[in-house]
Design a protein around this ligand. Structure first.
Ligand code: ZN
Ligand code: FE
Length: 253
């Protein structure tokens, strides 16, 4: 099994570095500098770059990394990804030999249309699709697409470690509390997360089990979620409409 190292970038991005022996893979390197600092500091080389979607804070460092290392870039086929060598649509299984790991590529349209997630060795790298207690904004896809994508991720094993690309959990839990004030799991997680953030610690990875208990976007069938949403939008009749109303509310929360 590889080691997962958290690299902070920009204001609240995480670049995940997966390392086995002296070979590293990075997920969504929006910035090369902090990645090169780790690689050079440890004397590791970069073998593979996994990209979840085209936004600059997820691929902006690829060119500089490729100028230092002949790494293979995997990413969504339908998006403009710098240096892409292995275009993906979702549904593939890709082998990263240097990590001795096979990743399932999962299509998760919604935040962007080509967005993919990588699942392997009990770890999920989901970019800006599933966040700690939240989900990505709908920049390109529809609410229905995002709800389907999240359902696919929620169907992974409960103990899957969820590595998303931003530290948004604390603010997301404030929203989750407004949606489900009666959910003890949300209250408990909000306390734990506030304590960690006060110490400057990451709240990622979480697990699929934690997200299913406390992430309102995975809970659009729960009576309290439905009731809260319908007080704001009485026309939200089915699960998909509840999800769309919730996502719309969060955009202005
Ligand atoms: Zn994004
Ligand atoms: Fe992002």
């Amino acid at each position: 099994m590889f080691e997962v190292i958290q690299i902070s970038a920009f204001k609240d991005n995480y670049i995940w570095l997966l390392r086995m022996g002296g070979a590293a893979t990075v997920v969504d390197p929006g910035d090369a500098r902090p990645v090169l600092d780790v690689l050079d500091g440890k004397g590791w080389s970069l073998d593979t770059i996994l990209i979840t979607h085209h936004h600059a804070d997820h691929q902006g460092g690829v060119a500089d990394l490729l100028s230092r290392f002949p790494a293979t870039v995997l990413g969504p086929a339908s998006e403009s990804i710098h240096g892409i060598g292995v275009p993906l649509r979702g549904g593939e299984t890709v082998s990263v030999a240097a990590l001795d790991t096979r990743f399932q590529v999962i299509a998760v349209p919604g935040h962007t249309l080509g967005h993919v997630a990588y699942y392997g060795a009990g770890c999920l790298f989901c970019g800006d699709t599933l966040f700690g207690a939240g989900c990505g904004r709908l920049f390109e896809g529809t609410a229905a697409q995002m709800a389907d994508s999240l359902a696919r991720l929620a169907a992974l094993p409960d103990d899957t470690a969820v590595y998303c690309a931003h530290e948004y959990t604390e603010a997301n839990l404030r929203f989750a509390l407004a949606v489900e004030p009666g959910n003890a799991a949300v209250r408990q997680r909000a306390e734990q997360v506030s304590e960690r953030r006060a110490k400057g610690l990451a709240t990622i990875p979480s697990t699929i089990a934690i997200e299913k208990m406390s992430n309102p976007f995975l809970r659009c069938r729960e009576p309290e979620v439905v009731a809260t949403v319908r007080r704001r939008e009485p026309a939200a009749k089915d699960e998909e409409a509840v999800f769309a109303a919730l996502r719309g509310w969060k955009d202005s929360f």
